[in-house]
Design a protein around this ligand. Structure first.
Ligand SMILES: C[S@@+](CC[C@H](N)C(=O)[O-])C[C@H]1O[C@@H](n2cnc3c(N)ncnc32)[C@H](O)[C@@H]1O
Length: 260
C-alpha cells in the first residue's frame, strides 16, 4: 500500500480525529443530521442489526435504545473507537445483545453467513478495498425483505472548504472521490442490481465562527496537510477579517435498499 494511502487510512481510523469531526458536525446551529437519521429508520422493521464501520457508536447507540432491537453487531477496524462505543453503551440500559468486533469489513463476511434484517453503514464504505465484493456479501447476508442502509457524502459536499484548501495543494483523489462521487458511482450501481433502492438527501450546514475553529476541524480531517498549514491559515485569517462565519455544507445521501 502506498505511503499516502496508509496516512489517509491512519487518519480515518483515529478515534480522536473521528470524535473531533463528529463533535463539530453535530454542533452547528443547523444540527439536523441526527433527526434526519432518525427519520430514515421510522418506516423500517428490524430486530437483528449489523452496523459496519460503527466507529464511536453513533448508530449503535440509536439501535440500543430501540426496544424492538434484540441483537446488535458492530464492526470497526479501530479498537480505540470500539472502546469509546463500549463506554457510551455502558451508560444505557439496553436489553439488546450487543457484540462489537474489531475486524475489517473486508474480512468480516469471509467466514460468516448469518443473516440480518438491517445492515447499516454510515460514512465508512469508501474505506473498503473491494466495494463490489463487499456489497454483494452484504446483500447475501440480508434477509429477504430486509434493508441495507448506506449513508455518505455526495455531490457538492465540502465544496467551499475543498475550494479554499485547493488554492494551496491538491486534495488526494481518494479523499475527494470518497467525499463526492463514491456513493453515486460505486455504491448505487451495485445495490441497484439486486435491491430496490430508495434515496433521501440532506444538506447540513456547519458554521465556523473563527480561524481556530476551522483550522482545528481541518486538522482532524483526512485531507489535513501540515506542510501547508501556515499558508492555509493566513488565507483563513484574512477570510475572517471580512466575514463573521464560514459555512461548510455537508451534502448527504442515504440509500435505503430493500432486498427483494
Ligand atoms: C467516519 S467514521 C464513521 C463512524 C460511524 N459510522 C459514524 O457515522 O459516526 C469511519 C469509521 O470506519 C472505520 N473503518 C475504516 N476502515 C475500516 C475497515 N476496513 N473496516 C472496518 N472499519 C473501518 C474507522 O475506524 C471509522 O471508525
Amino acid at each position: 500500500m502506498s505511503r499516502g494511502l496508509n496516512e489517509i487510512l491512519d487518519k480515518a481510523t483515529n478515534s480522536h480525529n473521528l470524535a473531533e469531526r463528529i463533535k463539530k458536525n453535530t454542533q452547528g446551529t443547523e444540527d439536523i443530521f441526527s433527526s434526519w437519521t432518525d427519520s430514515l429508520f421510522v418506516s423500517l422493521n428490524y430486530s437483528n442489526v449489523l452496523d459496519i464501520c460503527c466507529g464511536t457508536g453513533n448508530q449503535i447507540v440509536k439501535y440500543a435504545t430501540n426496544k424492538k432491537v434484540k441483537n446488535i453487531t458492530g464492526i470497526d477496524i479501530s479498537e480505540g473507537s470500539l472502546n469509546f462505543s463500549l463506554s457510551r453503551l455502558s451508560e444505557l440500559n439496553s436489553t439488546a445483545m450487543i457484540d462489537l468486533k474489531n475486524i475489517s469489513m473486508d474480512l468480516f463476511f469471509e467466514k460468516r453467513h448469518q443473516k440480518y434484517d438491517l445492515i447499516s453503514c454510515f460514512y465508512g464504505l469508501y474505506y473498503s478495498k473491494n466495494i463490489k465484493k463487499l456489497i454483494s456479501q452484504m446483500i447475501n447476508c440480508t434477509e429477504d425483505g430486509g434493508v441495507i442502509l448506506i449513508v455518505g457524502p455526495y455531490g457538492e459536499n465540502n465544496a467551499s472548504f475543498f475550494g479554499l484548501i485547493e488554492e494551496h495543494y491538491k486534495i488526494p483523489d481518494l479523499v475527494k472521490k470518497s467525499a463526492t462521487s463514491f456513493m453515486g458511482d460505486d455504491v448505487l450501481p451495485e445495490l441497484s442490481m439486486q435491491t430496490r433502492v430508495q434515496m433521501k438527501t440532506l444538506v447540513n450546514k456547519i458554521y465556523f465562527y473563527s480561524s481556530d475553529e476551522l483550522v482545528n476541524y481541518w486538522r482532524a480531517t483526512t485531507f489535513y496537510n501540515f506542510t501547508h498549514e501556515k499558508a492555509v491559515r493566513l488565507d483563513i485569517d484574512s477570510y475572517f477579517v471580512k466575514h463573521d462565519f464560514f459555512i461548510i455544507e455537508k451534502h448527504i445521501i442515504a440509500f435505503i435498499a430493500t432486498k427483494i
